[in-house]
Design a protein around this ligand. Structure first.
Ligand code: FES
Length: 74
């Protein structure tokens, strides 16, 4: 769903979904770190749970990749 990537996650600072994903992909592990990477700070805080969810989802996805079963040896 392409339109989701252009939606704003943080309305106070104009941070879009794709920008949150990029911040997470490049190492942001807290909502505050996402804001810092965008050069701003949280204002009202309404976006913090959404950003925290996205970080959690990214960690879970990363863990499932690293926990994949090892290849069997003959
Ligand atoms: S919506 Fe992000 S600080 Fe207000």
């Amino acid at each position: 769903m392409r339109y989701l990537r252009i939606m704003f996650v943080c309305n106070c600072n104009g941070i879009r979904c794709a920008e949150v994903e990029e911040a997470i992909r490049t190492g942001a592990r807290t909502p505050q770190a996402v804001h810092r990477r965008r050069g701003c700070k949280a204002q009202c805080g309404r976006c913090l749970p959404e950003i925290a969810d996205r970080i959690r989802q990214a960690k879970a996805a990363s863990a499932s990749v690293t926990e994949a079963p090892a290849a069997q040896t003959a």
